[in-house]
Ligand binder design. Sequence first.
Ligand SMILES: Nc1ncnc2c1ncn2[C@@H]1O[C@H](COP(=O)(O)OP(=O)(O)OP(=O)(O)O)[C@@H](O)[C@H]1O
Length: 350
Amino acid sequence: MHEALLAALSTVNDPELHRDLVSLGMIERAELVGGVAQIKVNLTTPACPLKGKIEQDVRSAVLEVAGVEDVAVTFGAMVRPAGQPALNGIKHVVLVGSGKGGVGKSSVAVNLAASLARDGAKVGLLDADVYGPSVAHMLGESQAKVTANAERKMLPLVAHGFKFLSMANLSPAGQALVWRGPMLHSAIQQFLKDADWGELDYLIVDLPPGTGDVQLSLTQTIQVTGAVIVTTPQDVALIDAARAIDMFRKASVPVLGLIENMSYFVAPDTGNVYDLFGRGGSRKLGEQFPLLGEIPLDTDVRKDADAGTPAVLAHPTSAASQALTAVARQLAGQISVRSLASLPDQLTVV
Ligand SMILES: Nc1ncnc2c1ncn2[C@@H]1O[C@H](COP(=O)(O)OP(=O)(O)OP(=O)(O)O)[C@@H](O)[C@H]1O
């Protein structure tokens, strides 16, 4: 019966990876118990955007097998690294960049981390925006201090289900950091290599805005899976976003997608939608980069950040939070696609 079930499952494709679940090695269990087919699918990310579709397809395929009266589908997830893991224990490093400041890059980075962690992934967030570190504030941890372990490695702080490190938790509050290129390089190196991040599926890195030393230093130091670029829809922001794309391309960092923030505003009293900055402008940047999502302007995104809880956790049902959650899942999906693109045709089947 196991073989018959596997044969049925081999007709079900992962909608994003365009390969069948069996050859992708995603079937962890397939057996018939009292007329009920027990199928366990091991997804490539707990933040899979297409879980519902996969479940439906598995059900209909398995119900075709003679003797199957019902199907019970359960899910597990194991994020796979893209070739070599970025750093010891860290499967994917994802850079969050922007061409210009103030477009909401840090807000997006914090909410991506919170959303992926809530979906069950092991997540770290590195605040590499050393000139204006805002991550600790957005997580309600601006007073916390980083400590070291017995091997003198920095221990990341933990908030809202994920780990993070920020310069703000190393330097006295309110002091500006006047650092130059080589010092910045070594600070970033320490955050990456002299920190005990443990096992992570995703390390999200909030870069400083623009295309300077820190960004280059990072792309040259470690193997990153890719970068996402946060922009707003105005032409000026898009011109700068194009510059950021160009920088990543020159550094051979794949651009996993664009995120359009402050895309539109829904008036809470009337429900009218206003495209304050000309919505959808990101599409002009070219079709080779997926638009991972459009996030509306929402005062709760700012208020929640100031109160120290990411909006996706504080107001999970708001339009902005739902858009941010969808973006996080799209991103996780893009990373799975990249990781599996280089795999051989047939994987080990359990
Ligand atoms: N979708 C949104 N709706 C409402 N306010 C937002 C939204 N996104 C970001 N903001 C607010 O806009 C301001 C700038 O956001 P943020 O600090 O995340 O931008 P940034 O691009 O990281 O800035 P910088 O590059 O200067 O670090 C913050 O006050 C933030 O709360």
